[in-house]
Design a protein around this ligand. Structure first.
Ligand code: DPP
Ligand code: ZN
Length: 864
């Protein structure tokens, strides 16, 4: 399959001013008629022929300016597109095609889910609906008429505002939608089916009323409250923070249970995975509630950053995604505890993006090439992209950043632009030269930031030496220094903050920063708030312990505790490998004890800080991972800390029980998080009553957070309560897809030795469905990416299981298949024996005839 390169970008030869679409819906044979008003692009090199993208389309008829096109002027392109020879400068093209929503298991284009019709057009799904220049720099005004059987599809939705509806013969009806805003084809959407709406309204800052509706399956109307509330808060926040107001009369969301991604920001008609809409206390966890708030905000914010101003080409994906993740993170931080939100965002970045940036798929925030664009909806484009925007804001200041946003939108409204255009607006609005900063967009890999320090007691001068380097990544052997904003402070021996706090800007490979007038050697607190997405090293265990106890910055306090634990765990891994007996390090125990002392003051923070660094995070710090040893060490520490502090964990578990109705505010979720962290320690403790506590909590828990935390403890155990609880959970929730996903996941991530067997059996379970992406992620994805000890079992059976799954999936849904490849491609991180089996499995996938280009790209880059 061909590689698409950023440097090969050319403007489109033809533009589309307006699109008139008519869809006559039938499950097996939907007719799509498109009338495109087109003209030559004066800014493009002249082309004699018109080429349109198309995939899985059956052409029924075509006409140019009203006259049928003779077959001699038509040619099909490889891949399914259409070439029309010799077109005039301006014309109307009408095509009629047939497609089969029923046969569409890719879930890209128009497809059926539970008998209802949905579309997904990002990145290249519109070409599976009609022939079109399916690229984001072709922006057009759409009028869409949908016709369907009234009984099966009472609801007919598309982008924009409603513009009429009526009856047709044979029990059919129609509805028309007009979207006044020009948009790229990837933002097109249609939803049709038997859905019901939860409704509300929002009055914008200029006093316009917007009708809000969330469409779900009958029976789910009562589970939309949190999503609706999140939507209204997002709309208000964007007005208050950026002066950005909604621009249509209606804002519709439709929820679907078969969806490749989390959600999609189609203009005026967002389509969401049900996972990010539906929530009731008894079915959704606190994490689910948080996810809903974040994703609803994210898609809403795209209305300006993505839709009104869109991407010139897919290499600019982070233009909308990095910026919009930055905006949703900022919004969520404003809704509750900003500090705790930051910790969890950083944890996620390190868990997903750092390994990606160090692996075979490493790519810059603005990639240079791709084979399949769907493979680049990555943690790098999204999360690292958001970090880059965040650093930019730190460099130029909040006020200048706001001016930059205003300028960006004013300059580029209704345009398809580049990351350069965004950076230029920020530079022009701030007067700060960002030319060097732009390296962050072009250079892959996580910079390593090292610190050394020296103190001269005679002069009272303290010198911090910061140095940076970025490791080579595929295609980028040499790296330049990037500007790294290091927010910092100095702490005195008594734990008090000293003068000198601020932001150091490290622009060169190495720089000294001096501080005068100090009475004694301070401890440096660096990267406060995680001011840059880098790996920091050079602090001693002693300094880390000191910062964990004393720093005023919650991020550094948390991170220093985590780094301290990592250092101890790495040491213990070596002991384990040398077959020495393990012992609980007293320093670590006293850190935990101090956290427990302060837990009542900030339960949410304590819950985050008490959790030991994940197995993946620890393995990520080793030259060669050792999943078995890391697992053994972490389990040993959980057990010995649980045993040592059993009484205190038990007290937390007793005291923090929810009183009153379920609430999702920061205090309530923090208390539940701390209580369930305590339960998880008790569950590992020797001689504890963890199983009994978990069983009781499982039976009486009033919300899914508590029930699932209890089930997790039971699922990890050998106790007879395990089977009873899993069976009871299945019996109670088998009718609820989202809850059943949790049942699959909890078994897939169990630390028990028989987990792979269990997972293989679950693959054959009657409730498992390879066609449902949520279910696949819940079982196969959770096992491969969330259970390193069992996935990396030395026999290689985990690898074979994943390769088999990828092969089976690639025949059903290539996007989901390609996404599952990741863990196998990380073979360089493993020892030689494991690496050899992983490569063998990758080769086995690669040898499959008819492999999709997405899976091909991931596997072949993984083998390189
Ligand atoms: N553009 C979508 C999103 O990130 C892709 N699923 O919001
Ligand atoms: Zn997005």
């Amino acid at each position: 399959p061909p590689t698409i390169r950023r440097e090969d970008y050319r403007p489109p030869a033809f533009l589309v001013d307006s699109v008139e679409l008519h869809l006559a819906l039938h499950p097996g044979a939907t007719r799509v008629t498109a009338s495109l008003t087109m003209r030559r692009n004066p800014a493009a090199a002249p082309a004699a022929d018109l080429e349109l993208d198309g995939e899985a389309l059956t052409l029924i008829s075509s006409a140019l300016d009203g006259a049928p096109l003779e077959p001699g002027r038509l040619a099909r392109l490889p891949g399914g597109g259409l070439r029309i020879a010799g077109v005039p400068d301006a014309f109307t093209l009408r095509t009629e095609v047939e497609i089969s929503p029923e046969a569409n298991s890719e879930l890209s284009g128009l497809y059926l889910s539970g008998g209802n019709y949905f579309t997904q057009c990002e990145a290249e799904g519109f070409r599976r609906i009609t022939f079109f220049p399916d690229r984001p720099d072709v922006m057009a005004r759409y009028t869409t008429t949908i016709e369907a059987e009234r009984a099966a599809c009472p609801v007919l939705l598309s982008n924009g505002n409603p513009d009429g509806a009526g009856e047709l013969p044979d029990g059919r009806h129609w509805a028309r939608w007009v979207d006044p805003h020009p948009k790229p084809s990837y933002l097109f959407a249609v939803v049709a089916g038997d859905l019901v709406a939860a409704r509300d309204s929002f009055t914008t800052q200029s006093g316009r009323d917007v009708a809000l509706a969330i469409y779900v399956r009958r029976g789910d109307e009562d589970a939309c409250g949190h999503a609706m509330d999140s939507l209204k808060r997002s709309m208000k926040w964007d007005e208050d923070t950026y002066g950005l107001e909604y621009d249509l009369d209606v804002f519709n969301i439709a929820a679907v249970s078969d969806f490749n991604m989390g959600a999609m920001e189609n203009k005026g008609l967002n389509v969401f995975n049900t996972k990010y809409i539906l929530a009731r206390p008894e079915t959704a966890t606190d994490t689910d509630y948080e996810g809903i708030e974040t994703v609803v905000a994210h898609e809403y914010f795209h209305n300006w950053t993505g839709n009104r101003v869109t991407c010139r080409d897919w290499f600019q994906l982070s233009l909308k995604e990095g910026l919009t993740v930055f905006r949703d993170q900022h919004f969520s931080a404003d809704q509750g505890s900003a500090a705790v939100k930051r910790l969890s965002d950083v944890r996620r970045l390190r868990a997903a993006q750092f390994p990606e940036d160090a692996g075979p798929m490493a790519h810059p925030v603005r990639p240079d090439s791709y084979v399949e664009i769907n493979n680049f909806y990555t943690a790098t484009v999204y999360q690292k992209g958001a970090e880059v925007v965040r650093m930019m804001r730190a460099l130029i200041g909040e006020a200048a950043f706001r001016r930059g946003m205003d300028l960006y939108i004013q300059r580029h409204d209704n345009q398809a632009v580049t990351i350069e255009d965004f950076a230029q607006a920020m530079q022009d609005a701030s007067g700060v030269d960002l030319s060097r900063f732009r390296r962050w967009y072009g250079q892959a890999g996580t910079p390593e930031l090292r610190v050394r320090d020296a103190f001269d007691p005679a002069s009272g001068r303290y010198t911090l030496t910061l140095s940076q380097s970025t490791p080579p990544t595929p295609g980028q052997p040499e790296k330049l220094p990037v500007p790294i904003p290091v927010r910092m402070g100095l702490i005195g021996a008594d734990g008090a903050e000293l003068p000198g706090a601020g932001v150091l800007l490290l622009e060169e490979a190495e720089q000294d920063f001096t501080f005068d007038g100090l009475a004694s050697r301070p401890v440096p607190s660096l990267l406060r708030g995680f001011s840059a997405p880098v790996r920091l090293s050079g602090l001693s265990l002693e300094q880390l312990g000191f910062l964990a106890a004393h720093d005023s910055d919650p991020f550094v306090r948390w991170d220093s505790g985590q780094q301290y634990a990592v250092a101890e765990m790495l040491r213990m891994v070596q002991e384990f490998r040398a077959q020495k007996p393990l012992a609980l390090p007293e320093g670590l125990a006293s850190n935990i004890s101090a956290l427990l002392d302060g837990a009542a003051d900030d339960p949410a923070f304590a819950a985050e800080a008490l959790v030991l660094p994940s197995e993946d995070f620890v393995a990520d710090q080793m030259d060669t991972a050792d999943p078995e040893a890391v697992h053994a060490v972490r389990q040993f520490l959980r057990a010995s800390l649980g045993t040592r502090f059993m009484a205190r964990f038990a007290a937390l578990h007793d005291e923090l029980r929810d009183a009153g109705p379920y609430r999702t505010d920061g205090i309530s979720t923090g208390r539940r998080a701390l209580r369930n962290t305590a339960l998880s320690y008790i569950g590992r403790a020797e001689g504890g009553d963890g199983i009994a506590r978990a069983a009781r909590q499982f039976e009486t828990g009033g919300n899914m957070t508590d029930v699932l935390s209890a089930l997790r403890v039971l699922a990890d155990s050998d106790a007879p309560e395990r089977e009873t609880a899993l069976a009871a959970f299945h019996a109670r929730w088998r009718g609820d897809d989202l809850v059943l996903d949790k049942w699959f996941t909890i078994q897939a991530i169990s630390s028990r030795e028989d987990t792979l067997r269990v997972v293989e059996d679950l693959l054959q379970h009657r409730d498992f469905d390879l066609r449902n992406p949520n279910r696949v992620r819940a079982l196969v994805g959770a096992f491969a990416a969330g259970n390193p000890a069992r996935f990396h079992t030395a026999s290689g059976e985990g690898y074979r299981f994943l390769a088999d799954s990828v092969i089976a999936l690639d025949a059903v849904n290539t996007q989901v298949a390609a996404r599952m490849v990741g863990p196998l491609a990380q073979w360089k991180r493993q020892d030689a024996a494991r690496g050899a089996i992983m490569r063998e499995e990758l080769r086995r996938i690669l040898a499959r005839p008819g492999l999709s280009k997405g899976t091909y790209e991931k596997v072949s880059k993984g083998l390189a």
